[in-house]
Design a protein around this ligand. Structure first.
Ligand code: PEP
Length: 243
């Protein structure tokens, strides 16, 4: 299967950055699927700049309702109208900053699917949970409670302690966790779970990408910091194996 290389811009980026970044992505390798997830106000300008390319666009959150009195939130159908086809849900920064629970994420995931968006559901343990030997149980529980019945989308394993820190789990630990996620998805979703893309996220850089992306059950990467520089983002994409 082709790998998905996804950039999460978080709360970075300005209007002036869009045209140059989109133009640089013209050099993207053809053997992977590339996705950019900028802040909401950059979705429409990015959609315009990427029109006619194969590069996909995603948001970083959506509300669980299609419309309503929810000041400051953004509905999934509007995100779709803005040109996005993906949405990241349950990122650990949203779980921490906004108190999002697995049940919130399941509701948002259903809303995203109803709006025609492909959800990317983030799961991952804290360092204390890993040290206590609980990482796999935590991730299994997050999957069990964050994915609604009939889920069809992407899962991203992002150990919280690896995000933005320059640290990553060992390749053995990543392979073990991805095998655990594959088994859980197959149990939960049946045949769909056997082919669901499982991304790795957490301090993926050009220097470590080839080793991480070559691991079994790793179907791509979710990239924060290194996705802000087009050259690094493209270097990571180029190091992905051919599916
Ligand atoms: C992320 O925020 O999803 C992420 C993986 O960040 P970074 O690549 O900067 O660790």
């Amino acid at each position: 299967m082709r790998q998905l290389i996804a950039g999460n811009w978080k709360m970075h980026g300005r209007l002036k950055d869009v045209a140059g970044f989109a133009a640089a992505l013209g050099a993207a390798p053809a053997h992977i699927d590339l996705l950019v997830c900028p802040p909401f106000p950059l979705l429409v300008p990015f959609a315009t700049a990427l029109a006619g390319t194969a590069i996909a666009l995603g948001a970083q959150d959506c509300h669980a309702r299609p419309e309503g009195a929810h000041t400051g939130d953004v509905a999934a159908p509007l995100i779709r109208e803005a040109g996005a086809t993906y949405v990241i849900l349950g990122h650990s920064e949203r779980r921490a900053d906004h108190g999002e629970t697995n049940a919130d994420i399941a509701a948002k995931t259903s809303a995203a699917l109803s709006a025609g968006l492909t959800p990317i559901i983030c799961v991952g343990e804290t360092e204390a949970e890993r040290d206590a030997g609980q990482a796999e149980d935590i991730v299994r529980s997050q999957l069990m409670h964050s994915l609604p019945p009939g889920f069809a989308g992407v899962v991203a394993y992002e150990p919280i302690w690896a995000i933005g820190t320059g640290r990553t789990p060992s390749v053995t630990d990543i392979a073990t966790m991805h095998a655990t996620i594959r088994a859980a998805l197959t149990t939960q979703l049946g045949p769909t779970g056997a082919t669901t893309r499982i991304l790795y996220g957490g301090s993926v850089k050009p220097a470590n990408a080839a080793a991480l992306l070559a691991l079994p059950n790793v179907g791509g990467a979710l990239i924060g910091g290194a996705s802000l520089a087009a050259a690094d983002f493209l270097a990571i994409a180029a190091s992905a194996p051919r599916g």
